[in-house]
Design a protein around this ligand. Sequence first.
Ligand code: MG
Ligand code: MG
Ligand code: MG
Length: 331
Amino acid sequence: MPPRNSIAALLLVLPALAWCSLTHAEQPLLVVGHLNPDTDSVCSAIAVAHLKTAQGIPAQAIAQSPINAETRYVLDTFSLPQPPILSRVAGRRVFLVDHTDYSQAPADLKQAELIGFADHHKLGGLTSDKPVEAWAAPLGAAATVVTRMYDSAGIDIPQGVAGCLLAAVLSDTVRFKSATTTPDDRKAADRLARIAGVTDIDALGQKLLEAKSDIRGQSPATLLQRDLKTFDINGHKVAIAQLEFPDLTLIRSMREGLLDAMQALKHDGYHSVLLMLTDVSLEATELLIVSDDPAIAEKAWGLRSEGDALWMPGVMSRKSQIVPALQNALK
Ligand code: MG
Ligand code: MG
Ligand code: MG
């Protein structure tokens, strides 16, 4: 028979052991943005993971694929670690940010447990087995939606996280120039800037655009993938990429190469591949089009394209000015 002391010690240790095995089984909630993550996806994931953890639900931000140069600049500026790259989420609990389309989510999302989402796009067809936490609003950035989540929880936004969210608002709204910008985005940006200690919001926006439009050493195929999203539009597979520049002279010499890369991608079963070349100074977009339907531009926007390109003054937003028109055109 073991000595009484060891029995007492065992009785003390047992609950701790049980607790340990429980917490080991309970892996952190994964918070993830869309494929080809942008600054809004990465910063919103970091902020939601922090919020959930502060609320007693251990959470980890992840990215499905490597982050872009703009996001790297933002994380360095606000001293935040890069989220690990993880594209498999089966069996895990998952919170989505900045998308609800299965075509942009981890491929095995349906084998995961969806806990909730925070988004500012059209609904992308998500379903769930259990009730979910749903945060969605037609705002300029998912980061503004996430700021509302903090307010509603009454939890302070840490300085670095606030800086990251501010950068996400500036990036997604193209420094408040995009048609998707709302007064709430501006209000959130002002408050986030105060928390982050950013005194010149416009200077930060300029730095982001410089990082975002850096195309040195990049092949056309890589550039096409930089901010590319795929959609199932009424049964048609459509890819829409966007690149933003202070002005389009930077990209002129690459136009033919980009069209070749679009043509090559189209062979993967796409009905249409579109590339928005957005001129931030002129607040306009040159839309490059490779499509099975030569009249797609006319059907969608009532505009006749010149060859494979369409000049669209006032157009800067994929989600509000490109996707809805395509949904109507591809019925
Ligand atoms: Mg995004
Ligand atoms: Mg966004
Ligand atoms: Mg964007």
